[in-house]
Design a protein around this ligand. Structure first.
Ligand code: SAM
Length: 327
């Protein structure tokens, strides 16, 4: 089944939020505490998630990233990831985590066949970690990272949202991690979700991030991977790991955006910034066929135009905390 859509891009990547619960309270991800949790019955059950995952390859999805909320707080997540690996047509299963439970679960996750792991980490300082996340789990996260590296997760990506005035004095320290470790450290522009004024206060454009990293040497560009997202990847001469830059705000990447999102409530979201969501849960619970679910996917792909992405403070915002949309 192929879908005609207005840009020469293949929509092959689905980010699946399996829960809107999280064990951290990062101030920017919870949109300064405006985060409302779903009642448990509203969250898709694993068998429903697996049914959607089985339909997705019929419309071209080849890669699924499990996210949240914090996916590792949901009971049964390891079995779910194991089952995803068995879905015909899915070529890549990835996980994004804050790493708090990684030390405990890394081995079991590795044993499912999972190799693609993204760890969100915005600071390398314990006190600051507490301030950003509201939680004193820095040492656990670092232990989890070490364990994941020792097991051989690869690619192992560290996602750092750059927050002006909060962690922008750590850019060099993050980049220097790639001198000693084969990680991909990715700097991500802070995106506005609900409060443009507070967002503007902490926004730092990626061009400025790159300018500050110049002291480390010339950035050598690398080719992006097949189903890779919007990151531009580089390596510093002689370094073991890579650096990625994601400029979702200053250089919006709509024409190459290859992703859809599924919220924990079972709504398919064509674009982070466009408000539209297509409900899969209610039709599925009312007995929808796989064909109907596939046609809803196709509708979502058709709705994925290039007019919705973030362009200026006049652009519509997601209107919800990232933790509840599924980052
Ligand atoms: N709990 C998991 C984690 O921490 O990776 C998965 C969900 S979390 C919503 C996914 C990512 O979204 C995190 O890296 C977080 O830093 C990022 N994020 C949240 N709000 C953001 C924003 N306004 N702009 C850019 N990234 C954001």
């Amino acid at each position: 089944m192929s879908v005609e859509e207005p840009f020469p891009r293949e929509i092959n990547y689905l980010r699946v939020s399996i829960t809107d619960r999280c064990n951290l309270r990062c101030f920017y991800c919870t949109a300064w505490g405006t985060w409302e949790k779903l009642p448990a019955p509203e969250i898709l059950r694993y068998e429903e998630l697996l049914r959607i995952a089985a339909v997705a390859p019929k419309v071209g999805i080849r890669k699924i990233r499990v996210t949240g909320g914090e996916p590792l707080v949901r009971r049964g997540v390891v079995d779910f990831i194991q089952a995803l690996h068995e879905v015909p047509g899915l070529e890549e299963v990835c996980l994004t985590t804050n790493g708090v439970k990684l030390q405990e679960l890394a081995q079991a996750l590795y044993d499912t066949g999972l190799r693609h792991l993204n760890l969100s980490l915005d600071t390398l300082e314990r006190d600051r970690y507490l301030k950003i996340t509201g939680s004193d789990n820095f040492l656990e996260v670092m232990a989890g990272l070490e364990k994941a590296a020792a097991l051989g997760f690869n690619p192992l990506k560290i996602n750092c949202v750059v927050l002006n005035g909060i962690n922008d004095d750590e850019l060099l320290n993050f980049a220097l991690l790639t001198r000693d470790y084969p990680y991909q450290v990715r700097f991500i522009e802070f995106m506005p979700t609900v409060d443009p004024e507070r967002w503007a206060h902490h926004f730092l454009p990626m061009a400025e991030v790159r300018r500050r990293l110049k002291v480390l040497g010339p950035l050598e560009p690398l080719e992006p991977e097949g189903t890779a997202g919007p990151a531009r990847i580089f390596r510093l001469p002689g370094f073991r790991g890579d650096l990625g830059f994601i400029s979702s705000v200053s250089d919006h990447h709509c024409p190459t955006c290859n992703r859809l999102r599924l919220t924990a409530a079972g709504r398919l979201r064509p674009c982070l910034f466009a408000g539209q969501e297509l409900d899969l849960k209610v039709p599925m619970r009312q007995g929808a066929t796989d064909e109907l679910l596939a046609s809803l996917f196709q509708d979502a792909i058709r709705l994925k135009t290039c007019e919705s992405g973030y362009r200026s403070l006049d652009s519509p915002l997601p209107g919800r905390a990232m933790v509840s949309i599924g980052g």
